[in-house]
Design a binder for this molecule. Structure first.
Ligand SMILES: [Zn+2]
Length: 416
């Protein structure tokens, strides 16, 4: 495949087509964050620009460089249902939906980007409802085997038309942690408009931009995540389709960190709740439309980079050994942007067996099992799953055996 086909660059805002875009932070050239690789594949590794932009017209924060989904997801298999926390999260949501939306055997739900059917499973365990899923990746097989009706496509207006022809309009459609990953979001949203019933609801869950900025979750910036959502740009974007947000909730837990949950319907179909106006006011006061808010963020990330490297250099000079702990996709944004490679971090402990024996993309640090890591027992471990700091401080065998974590963000520090 030619380089050109692997990555394309948009020259206007994904929501409002404005060209009035300003760079917030250029993170350099990175391989896709889930492209863990074998030693022999290093010569074939490709990197692409990772830079986030702010739209001065609609306030959408986004990437303009789009790596082709085929390249990113080629050998990549992520099963949502392996996350127990996510299962519980959806079980709570569905229990509530049955009550609030009076679901029953004559009602239809459709989860777009349903993965292995984790949300559809939750519907099935709570009550009787017609369950439809859309999933382009090979994991659609897993969902299908569980008895859900699956369309194995990328979601488009054509797919929406087909679903409606087969089953009629949908009462509750959803896109969990998918909506910000879609490049042609206008086509996707047109499809949603056609899909949902007159009084239907479209539920979106997505990481919340304000948490990203405030908690310095800059490592959640990677090629798969094309948009970083707040309510303000979404409200304006949906107007083009005669859709509107009628309720919004801030969640401390989402599939990749703190999130927003949007309830969207046809214009005028639902009473608009005060949560919408309240959050818009909050965002305005916070500075969601002000480029300066984001410039400060870029500066803080750069400061963390300098401080973490200084801390690690000091430990090296003292003759201490340093490993890494956890190999999540987001860890690769941090390693690559902070220029931390196998010379600074000798190996990384990871429980996911599929990643053991592989190298991290870009930084090429060997990934080993936790048992092997305990045998080698480096003096310090850079904690890449730092969002679960409390959990690992309490549960990790490495810490119980006298190890120490280097926590990279929000401020680099050593614990315990
Ligand atoms: Zn815009």
């Amino acid at each position: 495949m030619k380089e050109l086909e692997l990555c394309k660059r948009n020259n206007s805002c994904r929501y409002c087509s404005s060209k009035n875009l300003e760079s917030i932070l250029f993170l350099g050239e990175h391989p896709p964050s889930n492209s863990f690789l074998k030693e022999e594949d290093i010569p074939k590794e490709r990197s692409f620009p990772l830079e986030i932009y702010f739209c001065n017209d609609c306030a959408l924060v986004q990437l303009l460089d789009v790596v082709s989904p085929e390249h990113m997801f080629g050998d990549y298999l992520y099963l949502s249902s392996t996350s127990r926390a996510l299962k519980e999260h959806y079980a709570h949501l569905v229990t509530r939906l049955f009550k609030d939306f009076e679901l029953g055997s004559n009602k239809k739900v459709c989860d777009i980007g349903c993965n292995d059917g984790i949300l559809l499973d939750a519907y099935a365990s709570v009550g009787d409802v017609i369950r439809i899923g859309v999933e382009p990746s090979s994991v659609h097989d897993v969902a299908e085997k569980k008895g859900h009706k699956i369309y194995s496509n990328f979601f488009t207006p054509e797919v929406a038309k087909k679903i409606v022809a087969d089953h009629g309009k949908i009462d509750i459609a959803s896109a969990m942690n998918i909506y910000p990953h879609v490049d042609d979001i206008s086509e996707f949203t047109k499809g949603v408009k056609q899909l949902i019933a007159e009084k239907g609801t479209f539920i979106v869950e997505a990481s919340y931009l304000i948490d990203l900025i405030e908690k310095k979750l800059f490592d959640t910036i990677y090629h798969e995540h094309l948009c970083y959502l707040s309510l303000t740009p979404v409200v304006n974007f949906l107007k083009k389709f005669d859709l509107e947000v009628f309720h919004v909730e801030r969640l401390s837990f989402g599939a990749s960190g703190p999130a927003l949950r949007f309830f969207i319907g046809h214009k005028g179909a639902h009473e608009i709740q005060s949560s919408v106006g309240d959050l818009l006011t909050f965002e305005e006061g916070w500075g969601v439309k002000d480029m300066q808010t984001y410039k400060n963020f870029g500066n803080q990330v750069d400061r963390a980079k300098i401080e973490l490297n200084a801390l690690m250099s000091t430990l090296c000079e003292e003759g201490k050994s340093i490993g890494g702990y956890g190999a999540p996709a987001k860890g690769n944004t941090l390693l690559n942007y902070f220029e931390i490679d196998d010379k600074k971090v000798s190996c990384i402990a990871e429980t996911n067996e599929l990643k053991q024996g592989m190298l991290t993309p870009g930084s090429h640090i060997p990934i080993i099992s936790e048992e092997e890591f305990l045998k080698r027992k480096p003096d310090y471990a850079l904690l890449l799953t730092w969002n679960y700091l409390d959990f690992f401080l309490e549960k990790s065998e490495y810490i119980k055996n006298g190890g120490k974590f280097i926590v990279p963000l929000p401020e680099p520090r050593i614990l315990p």
